[in-house]
Write a protein that binds this ligand. Structure first.
Ligand code: UGA
Ligand code: MN
Length: 374
């Protein structure tokens, strides 16, 4: 009561208080925006401890639309706009948004040739690099498989993708796809030797590709970790945090693998007990290709390590070639092999597409589309 009477008796003072409360409101809104912005930026910098499962960066997607929404929200309160001026507000919101976009946003399709997604920026060079070796070959499913894998790997910082085709020449569609991702990559070729190609029965799939990857690492990599990631598997991005700090060889379970539905090391009371896999076949390391990662340094110390052209025994042969290396040396990841972070998914095979009736469809979009597919 006393206050209102005071206000009534002093209109100038009343105006000042109203102005002050508007400024207070403004400060609060800007403060809130800054907190949101800081959260967005900070979350991108989240780096996991080596032994825990979590995502290397978890941030709500920030888009041009969300920046525009901030600008619009600030404009809604006309009293604020009147007090500070639309231009200043717009400037603040846009500058904040710009910073957020630079850190978070994957560039639109039309710009992806030149720009890189944030996770590939220099900001993450303090992490040991991950070298992902992917064998691939030309078939109707190749581009869709690589698209899915690329868009998984685009979430992983400080990654170098070695895409190695079982072919004599690079496939243009693959090169174009790789360029659009913004991922640091090498596009190499390593055809399966003719002698194996001609052989009846199961073939050593992806072996010449993976050995080419090892050769590239020996010549170009000094530190970090490498992983053989087939183009058709499904990967949880948390897997890449798990393998990042591998000292020698790390391992984890693989889902959808063999008749057991899973292939994994067995851990009893925290120590190695054996392997669980639907196809043991006398292997010392009865595991899937997707189940282990190796330190680059460890590879350098084993100049003879190589993958054999032996269908079904590629993993075992390679891991044996890392000698001296025994199951007791394995670093178990994915919470002591209790989580599944990769699946041996297999895509249904498709027949090559029918020939296009050029007489009928000349000068239509079908000509371009048909050139893209197998
Ligand atoms: C399973 C394992 O997961 C593979 O790592 C292993 O190489 C293979 O068995 C084997 O022992 O032969 P699977 O799903 O049966 O894999 O094989 P694919 O996915 O067909 O091939 C494995 C990788 O090699 C893929 O990335 C694929 O693109 C590539 N590949 C396949 C070639 O480069 N050339 C081929 O002719 C076939
Ligand atoms: Mn496969």
């Amino acid at each position: 009561m006393c206050t209102s009477r005071h206000l009534e008796s002093s209109p100038a003072m009343g105006k000042t208080i109203v102005q002050m409360s508007r400024k207070l409101w403004l400060l609060m809104i800007i403060g809130a925006c800054l907190i949101v912005a800081q959260y967005q930026l900070a979350s991108v910098w989240l780096v996991t401890a080596p032994s825990t499962i979590s995502y290397e960066h978890q941030s709500a997607p920030v888009t041009s639309a969300s920046v525009q929404a901030i600008v619009n929200k600030l404009q809604l309160d006309t009293s604020i706009v009147n007090t500070v001026g639309e231009k200043v507000l717009r400037e603040i919101a846009l500058q904040m948004g710009q910073q957020m976009l630079e850190v978070c946003e994957v560039p639109p399709l039309s710009h992806r040739h030149s720009s890189k997604p944030s996770v590939q920026s220099n900001a993450f060079q303090f992490l040991p690099p991950l070298y992902i070796i992917t064998p691939t070959y030309r078939r109707p499913e190749q581009v869709p498989e690589l698209t899915r894998l690329a868009q998984t790997l685009m979430h992983v910082p400080n990654l170098h993708w070695l895409v190695i085709e079982d072919a004599h020449n690079q496939t243009t569609q693959v090169t174009e796809l790789l360029q659009r991702t913004g991922i640091r990559f090498e596009h190499l070729v390593a055809p399966m030797p003719e002698s194996y190609k001609k052989k009846k029965g199961s073939k050593p799939r992806g072996v010449s590709n993976r050995n080419k990857g090892l050769q590239w690492l020996r010549a170009n990599a000094t530190d970090g970790v490498f992983y053989f990631a087939d183009d058709d598997n499904t990967y949880d991005i948390a897997l890449f945090s798990e393998m990042r700090f591998t000292r020698k060889v790390s391992m984890w379970p693989v889902g959808l693998c063999t008749k057991f539905g899973i292939s994994t090391p067995v851990i009893h009371n925290g120590t190695f007990f054996g392997f669980y896999d639907g196809w043991m076949a006398g292997r010392k390391f009865p595991v899937d290709m997707a189940s282990f990662a190796v330190s680059v340094q460890f590879l350098h110390e084993r100049p003879d390590a190589i993958m054999p052209f032996k269908p079904g025994f590629e993993e075992d042969g390679f891991l044996r070639s890392l000698s001296p290396f025994d199951p007791k040396d394995i670093e178990f990841k994915a919470e002591n092999c209790t989580k599944i972070l990769v699946w041996h998914t297999q895509t249904k095979k498709n027949e090559p597409a029918a020939k296009l009736d050029i007489a009928k469809y000349n000068n239509t979009n079908l000509v371009k589309l048909r050139s893209l597919i197998v």
